[in-house]
Design a protein around this ligand. Structure first.
Ligand SMILES: NC(=O)c1ccc[n+]([C@@H]2O[C@H](COP(=O)([O-])OP(=O)(O)OC[C@H]3O[C@@H](n4cnc5c(N)ncnc54)[C@H](OP(=O)(O)O)[C@@H]3O)[C@@H](O)[C@H]2O)c1
Length: 274
C-alpha cells in the first residue's frame, strides 16, 4: 500500500512542500491537505491535483505521515484536537512549526507518538530551502528516511541529534535569508552611490550573490579559500575585505547569531507555555 501524506494547513509552506513532492514524482492521490479556507483548498487542488478536506480529524484517519503546517501560535489548539485520531492511526508526525519543541508536541499529542521536528527556511518556497530535522526516540529508521525525503523536496536537509541546536539553526538558516538580503541591500545602495544606474546595481548585486553561492556549493573548497582565490595582493578585493574586517564583520555576525539564538530560546519557551 502506498504511503498517504496528510498536511494540516494548506498555506505557503505546505503548498511549497506539496509542489516539491509532486515535482519529485509523488502521485497527487497520495497527498491530502486540510485548511479552513475553501478558496485556499480549491487553489491548491487546482494547482496540484491533491485531495483537500476541511475536517482535520477525518484527514488524520487516512494518514501514514502527518505534516503539521499551521502557524506555531495555533498549533497547540490544532494538535490537542487531533490527539485522539493520532493515537488511533499512529502516523509519523512531522512538524514544520518554527519554535515549537518536541516536548510540547508530545504533551499535546501523547507520549508514544513518533515526532520529527523540522526547521525549514523561506527559500523552501522556491525549492531552495535548507531544512534541519530532529527525531524523537519513537521515530524508526524507516520513518527518519520518510521525513528526510519529504523535506528534501524543497531543498537541502541536515539532521541534529540534540534538539537544543534547533535554536542555533533558527539563528543561522532560519533567519539567515534576511541577513543575506541585508548584505544585498547594502551592496546595491553602495553601488548606486558609486554612480551605477539603480537597475544595474540591483541586477549586478543579485547575480553576484547567486553566482557566489553557486560557486561555493559546487566547489569542494571552503569559502575562505574561494575568497583567497579572488583576492590578489595589493588589489581591489583586498582593500574591500580589509575594510570589512577592520569594521569587525566576524564579531558582528557572531553577536547577531547569538542574539537570534537567545531570542529563539525565549520564543520557544513562550510557545510551549501558551
Ligand atoms: N513560510 C516559511 O518560510 C516558513 C519557514 C519556516 C517555518 N515555517 C513554518 O511553517 C508553518 C506554516 O507557515 P506558512 O508560512 O505556510 O503559514 P500560512 O501560509 O499561514 O499557512 C498556514 C495555513 O494553515 C491554515 N490553518 C489555520 N488554522 C487551521 C486549522 N485549524 N486546521 C487546518 N489549517 C489551518 C491557515 O488558514 P487561514 O489562513 O485561513 O488561517 C493557513 O492556510 C508555520 O508553523 C511556520 O512556523 C514557515
Amino acid at each position: 500500500m502506498t504511503t498517504q501524506i496528510v498536511f494540516i494547513g494548506a498555506g505557503n509552506m505546505a503548498s511549497a512542500l506539496i509542489g516539491g513532492l509532486i515535482a519529485d514524482g509523488v502521485a497527487p492521490e497520495r497527498i491530502t491537505a486540510t485548511d479552513p479556507s475553501s478558496s485556499q483548498r480549491e487553489a491548491l487542488q487546482a494547482a496540484t491535483g491533491v485531495r483537500t478536506q476541511e475536517d482535520n480529524a477525518t484527514a488524520v484517519a487516512q494518514a501514514d505521515i502527518l505534516v503539521l503546517a499551521v502557524k506555531p501560535q495555533v498549533l497547540r489548539v490544532v494538535a490537542s484536537q487531533l490527539a485522539d485520531p493520532i493515537r488511533v492511526q499512529q502516523p509519523l508526525v512531522i512538524s514544520i512549526a518554527a519554535g515549537v519543541r518536541s516536548d510540547s508536541l508530545r504533551e499535546w499529542l501523547g507520549d508514544q507518538v513518533a515526532i520529527v521536528r523540522t526547521m525549514p527556511n523561506t527559500p523552501a518556497l522556491v525549492q531552495s530551502g535548507a531544512t534541519v530535522l530532529y527525531a524523537t526516540p519513537q521515530v524508526s529508521e524507516a520513518q527518519r528516511e520518510q521525513a528526510e525525503s519529504l523535506m528534501r523536496a524543497v531543498g537541502l536537509t541536515q539532521w541534529v541529534n540534540e534538539e537544543t541546536l534547533m535554536d542555533s539553526v533558527t539563528a543561522l538558516s532560519g533567519s539567515g535569508p534576511a541577513y543575506l538580503f541585508l548584505v544585498m541591500e547594502a551592496l546595491e545602495a553602495a553601488g548606486r552611490e558609486l554612480g551605477l544606474p539603480a537597475e544595474t546595481a540591483h541586477l549586478l548585486t543579485l547575480q553576484t550573490a547567486f553566482g557566489a553561492a553557486r560557486m561555493a556549493l559546487e566547489s569542494t573548497e571552503p569559502p575562505e579559500v574561494l575568497r583567497a582565490q579572488v583576492t590578489s595582493p595589493g588589489g581591489t578585493t583586498e582593500k574591500a575585505i580589509g575594510t570589512l574586517e577592520d569594521g569587525g564583520i566576524h564579531a558582528l555576525f557572531r553577536q547577531a547569531l547569538t542574539a537570534a539564538r537567545d531570542r529563539s530560546i525565549e520564543l520557544s519557551a513562550d510557545l510551549g507555555a501558551r
